[in-house]
Design a binder for this molecule. Sequence first.
Ligand code: URA
Length: 301
Amino acid sequence: MLPTLSDHDIIAELLAFHVEAGVDIALGEEPVDRFEETARERPAARPAREAAPTAGVPNGAPAAAPVRGRTPAQAPAPPTPAQSTPAAPAPPDQAALEAREAAASAPTLEALRTLLEQFEGCPLKQTATQLVFADGNPAARLMLVGEAPGRDEDIEGKPFVGRSGKLLDRMLAAIGIDRTSAYIANVVPWRPPGNRTPTPQETAICLPFIRRQIELANPDILVCLGGPSAQTLLGIREGITKARGRWMAYDTGTRSIAALATFHPAYLLRTPLGKRMAWRDMLAIEARLAAPAGQNEHTPQ
Ligand code: URA
């Protein structure tokens, strides 16, 4: 005979199922039935889908998402009273445009942080606990940029404070560096739910902010931690195993900074064999930092 499960067991199993599926935060007090919500919206959405395609809106894509900052002539019809969930963020293109304008307007890192705190264009902000802007010394000569915060970073509001952060600290300590002599940030400053990879749209929306952050911090050396950071910031297409350890140029728009990609510490936790290569990268960073002032502008090698 099968054992009967108590309500407690059923709830515990359901919670375990959700955690395994990557759902580890509650977004609201009350559950929202998205199926029912979609069914309610469908009749209104159909005519828009059947209409001629709008510029920039792929055929068949929902056409009526609310857009912030539109001119009155373009404004969509007022929302129906039935809408109870928060307004959807701007479409990615619009959000990326707003991000570019906002980031360019920041004269200092503090202003940039404030602008990011006020920015509503990235959907990840809605699920993250808080902004994870940076840690360390913004005047440091070395800046390291990861992909996106994880659970521990989301709780503490600082990048690289979890297990991979502890390993990063040990790697840096091996070449005499701590967080007073390094500045650390991420390409995406909000934690993606369940630590999933940020989507290309989310990355594109956040890119102007991290680019401005690098420009304002103005380090001598930029280190991309992991493939996604290197691909986003250095524009490379190859994987990290090929790209790591090679000095490249990062162009801020006003200056060319020596940049290096290395393995992400989370990868090294899973693949300890990679530490040998990472150690070489650390030594290359140490040597470059020791080079006489003025020799850290990127020159091809
Ligand atoms: N991984 C990242 O890329 N960034 C963090 O801040 C933590 C883990």
